[in-house]
Design a protein around this ligand. Structure first.
Ligand code: NAD
Ligand code: TDX
Length: 331
């Protein structure tokens, strides 16, 4: 199989590329990545000899047409992915998440290759803390931020291209990922690297917001399950029953660092901050037989802390710029 992975120098895409090289020796991987501030070529150092890397943007129609024409399957991770950045400047989100996805879909339509679109649970908006409900594939779309609205728009483009043009596409909407190679702008790596630097963790608002954490290896294993067994035209929700409040995540990290449970600061809340996400993953579990392996969140956090301790050379170059951006919003 010739596989085109967009966004393979980012967090989830790099882990997906590692997993694919490790477990699927029959797959020839080409990574297309624009190496934005969030992309890091060194995340692929360990597999550099086993893949082809192309630096370029998914909204470059000629480049995308040529690369899609040479592959059998596209897995589309590339996106602007950070909510806080989307509140500061939505324009790259529209360009990459909407126009970039459109550009890929047009190439897929011309070349009739299989397409898997990576999306997020944030397209469904948020849930109340005490609501027993979880997101299902039938939950109406109700995105809150420029990020999640552009992801929602990209999902709708994929659905329309599948229905109107008959492209062979699947979509997965996953909950919050954690693990190695996650950019230090994101919640868990930001607090871990702050703690390594002796800086107190920063909680937006009261910290009661709930995220449904899944290890990135489990997300990517589910993506492979969908590539192997998923039905064209279908949407699959991926999650591992990992609902945890931000406050509890910070308290767990403080314990791992042997610090007092109150050694953190409350900072300005995110405007429009989604309260709670929760995924009902029964379709991918029951119909396709996927099960998560990293179900001990505390053990996963400890392993992630070890990874950031052991890989300071990877994250250190990004840390100061990220903190300068947060300082500007009092966060
Ligand atoms: P990331 O920001 O770490 O990586 C994004 C990658 O895309 C980077 O390598 C970047 O250089 C690349 N990129 C950005 N614009 C591009 C463009 N125009 N052309 C080519 N490459 C471009 O993001 P991530 O956390 O790895 O997320 C990957 C995908 O998974 C996204 O589609 C995101 O919406 C989705 N997702 C993420 C999570 C999560 O918790 N991180 C959860 C569910 C879904
Ligand atoms: O310093 C912080 N303090 C804090 O309390 C940061 C950076 C975040 N937070 C909060 C905001 C959220 O409630 O932590 C939670 C997680 O924040 P992010 O890591 O920014 O993730 P989130 O906004 O939930 O979105 C993530 O999951 C869904 C990814 O970034 C998206 O790409 C994915 O679609």
């Amino acid at each position: 199989m010739r596989l085109l992975v967009t966004g393979g120098a980012g967090f989830i895409g790099a882990n997906f590329t590692h997993q694919t090289v490790r477990e699927r020796p029959d797959v020839a991987v080409t990574v297309l990545d624009a190496l934005t501030y969030a992309g890091d070529r060194t995340s692929l150092d360990d597999v550099a000899d086993s893949i082809r890397f192309v630096e370029g943007s998914i909204d470059d129609a000629d480049l995308v047409d040529a690369l899609v024409g040479e592959c059998d399957v596209v897995v589309h991770f590339a996106a602007e992915s950070h909510n806080d950045n989307s509140l500061d400047d939505p324009s790259p989100f529209v360009r990459t998440n909407l126009v970039g996805t459109f550009t890929l879909l047009e190439a897929v339509r011309r070349h009739r290759v299989r397409f898997h679109h990576i999306s997020t649970d944030e397209v469904y908006g948020d849930l109340e803390l005490d609501d027993p409900a979880k997101f299902t594939p039938e939950t109406p779309y109700n995105p809150s931020s420029p990020y999640s609205s552009t992801k929602a728009g990209s999902d709708l483009l994929v659905r329309a291209w599948a229905r109107s043009f008959g492209i062979e596409a699947t979509i997965s909407n996953c909950s919050n990922n954690y693990g190695p190679y996650q950019h230090v702008e994101k919640f868990i790596p930001r607090q871990v690297t702050n703690l390594i630097d002796g800086v107190r963790p920063r909680l937006y608002g009261a910290g009661l917001n709930v995220r449904d954490w899944i290890h990135v290896e489990d997300h990517n294993a589910a993506v492979w399950t969908i590539l192997d067994k998923g039905r064209p035209g279908e949407t699959y929700l991926i999650g591992a029953d990992g609902e945890t409040s931000n406050l509890d995540v910070v308290r767990a990290l403080l314990e791992i660092f042997d610090l007092d449970a109150d050694d953190f600061d409350h900072v300005a809340d995110r405007p429009g901050h989604d309260l709670r996400y929760a995924i009902d993953a029964s379709k991918v579990r029951d119909e396709l037989g996927w099960t998560p392996r990293y179900t001990d969140f505390r053990a996963g956090l400890e392993a992630t802390v070890r990874w950031y301790r052991d890989n300071e050379a990877w994250w250190r170059p990004h840390k100061a710029a990220v903190e300068a951006r947060y300082a500007a919003t009092g966060q």
